[in-house]
Design a protein around this ligand. Structure first.
Ligand code: FES
Length: 570
């Protein structure tokens, strides 16, 4: 017998309650047979003109609706707070957990049987998936797709080039006017960043987890096939409701391992680590930072995309997309994981082919034998830190140098270009107080700009360490997510300029050469900075956000409450 639809708890009722639930829906000109006793599918939309990467989502939602109607369901589009990476201050990450709450409560409180999550710009994907996990209804993700590759003076450009152009302006190699021209050449279509930044990494993550239809990650936003996929997703979610395929049926420990393996092969963003752990902790899968080293240690980098390589998401799509990458990875993957289309991931990638070995290398000749995100441990990061070796300088993978410490972002901005700053190519820059609590919100400032006097000497990379994050489009020998963060009074809080630090990526270690006694003594003298806010959402965030190695979620949001509504007020 088919399971009773959740939405009939609203629309199938008699008397005053049923009247209220149905009558106000009818003011939209909808007869009750449209929504009564049919799978009601919420389309969770992060459309906003303040999130340019998601500005085409109204159109995308209309296409999803066509599929839902076609399959006999009833679509209802609803807005949630959107997170635009480029405009939000102090950082969109501060609001990821807030959006996840918005999503969770919006889904649970309403007469929904299934949900389509429209995700695009970086944080919109983890925020929506985290929120949906805490409700655990049948759910499918439709990503907005990447922008078309930018073009400037005949060359392909994307977001990762922004960092190079920024340094070029500081070195007066290009003018401000030329930089303005580049702005218009880079973002030339709808969609999210076209490199393997965080948005693309997240789109690949949901596909590798099995939360989207195959091919979802790489189809450009402007390509007509993005709409075809959206319509098929609308069709499929109705079937998922009938089959009662919930998020917890798909998000198994093996699915998370597949995502980690895939992320290594694509050269995904370091932000992947934080978001994947946060999602796992919502759905109840035990995933720790150490798993990232253990699961993907043999997986080479196959995908030659910026920032680790040369090409763009559009090229990845033409080369076969993520399914072609997954096919290459078959010996590492749990191929029997079920995905949203009801088929296994192994079944899904089977028909795919690689059409360009320059973009997707084979396992026999990988683009780079070094891949993924390496988790570091040591007395400078007792609970861990991460580095992305494929975007770093190989010669710096084992490096010892003297620390040049900045106490916060303002200190960094004030002194980085100071001619008297004692820094050379062997120095290690350390930036404190850009962690979850300290900033607050853990901004993407970890790939701090190089000191001008080193740039003038032609040095473009030195080791940089912080408790913050880095844009997925960033690169360099950058150690991130040091935990516990400086604001929490651990060893990272008390490192000082002149201390000697050793980074040893092959041994997964990060060490400051100080005795335990010296560290202890410094920590006893350490005093926390006053909190930036003690009220409102930011005050709540500072009080409850967890450290990076736990996914930087709020401590009270871990786990799920399911889809049951506790009280019925009508
Ligand atoms: Fe939205 Fe890069 S700014 S994905």
């Amino acid at each position: 017998m088919e399971k009773k639809l959740r939405s009939t708890g609203w629309f199938g009722r008699t008397g005053k309650d049923g009247f209220i639930y149905r009558a106000w829906m009818k003011n939209q000109g909808i007869p009750d047979y449209e929504f009564n006793n049919k799978p009601v599918i919420g389309i969770c939309n992060t459309w906003s003109e303040l999130t340019p990467c998601n500005a085409h989502f109204r159109d995308l939602a209309e296409t999803v609706k066509k599929g839902i109607y076609e399959a006999g369901g009833f679509p209802v589009e609803f807005p949630v707070m959107s997170l635009g990476e480029t405009l939000m201050k102090p950082t969109a990450m501060l609001y990821r957990n807030l959006v996840s709450m918005d999503v969770e409560e919006s889904i649970r409180a309403n007469p929904l049987d299934g949900v389509v999550l429209l995700c695009g710009c970086d944080k919109t994907t983890p925020a929506l998936v985290m929120g949906a996990c805490s409700v655990n209804l049948p759910t499918i993700v439709v990503s907005g797709g990447p922008m078309l590759t930018g073009r400037h003076k005949g060359a392909a450009i994307g977001t990762s080039d922004l960092w190079r152009y920024h340094d070029a302006v500081r070195e007066e190699k290009i003018t401000q006017e030329e930089l303005m021209t580049i702005e218009g050449s880079m973002c030339r279509s709808s969609g999210h960043c076209a490199v393997m930044g965080t948005a693309s990494t997240m789109a690949c993550m949901v596909e590798a987890l099995g939360l989207s239809l195959p091919g979802n990650a790489a189809i450009p936003a402007a390509d007509a096939r993005r709409k075809v996929l959206a319509q098929f997703s609308g069709l499929r979610i109705v079937e998922m409701v009938k089959e009662d395929v919930k998020l917890s049926d798909i998000l198994t420990r093996d699915a998370f391992e597949n995502a980690i393996i895939s992320n290594a092969a694509i050269g995904g963003s370091t932000n992947f680590v934080i978001h994947l752990i946060a999602i796992a902790r919502r759905i109840g899968v035990n995933l720790t930072l150490d798993d990232f080293n253990n699961i993907a240690s043999n997986v080479p980098l196959l995908v030659n995309l910026q920032p680790s390589g040369k090409y763009f998401m559009e090229d990845l799509y033409y080369a076969g997309g993520l399914p072609a990458v997954l096919k290459e990875l078959h010996q590492f993957l749990h191929n029997d994981c079920i995905t949203v289309n009801g088929k296994t991931i192994g079944h899904n990638y089977k028909p795919s082919e690689c059409h360009n070995r320059e973009v997707i290398a084979g396992l026999d000749a990988p683009f780079n034998p070094v891949s993924g995100v390496i988790v570091l441990k040591g007395n400078l990061c007792e609970n861990g830190a991460v580095i992305k070796p494929s975007a770093a300088t190989p010669a710096l993978m084992q490096h010892t140098g003297k620390a040049v410490v900045f106490e916060d972002v303002d200190d960094f901005k004030n002194r980085i270009d100071d001619r008297d700053l004692e820094v050379d190519e062997s120095s290690i820059l350390v930036l404190k107080n850009v962690g979850p609590k300290g900033y607050p919100g853990m901004p993407e400032v970890g790939n701090m700009g190089m000191p001008k006097k080193l740039l003038e000497k032609g040095i473009t990379d030195i080791v940089r360490i912080s408790d913050g994050r880095m844009s997925g489009t960033g690169f360099g020998t950058v150690v991130l997510h040091a935990s516990p963060e400086a604001a929490c009074g651990g060893n990272f809080s008390v490192v000082q300029s002149g201390d000697v630090i050793t980074l040893n990526v092959p041994e997964c270690s990060l060490h400051v050469h100080l005795s335990d006694e010296e560290l202890q003594e410094r920590k006893q003298r350490w005093k926390p900075k006053p909190a930036i806010a003690d009220r409102g959402y930011v005050g709540l965030y500072i009080q409850h956000v967890e450290q990076a190695h736990l996914g930087a979620d709020m401590d009270f949001l871990t786990g799920m409450s399911g889809s049951e509504v506790s009280k019925d007020s009508h």
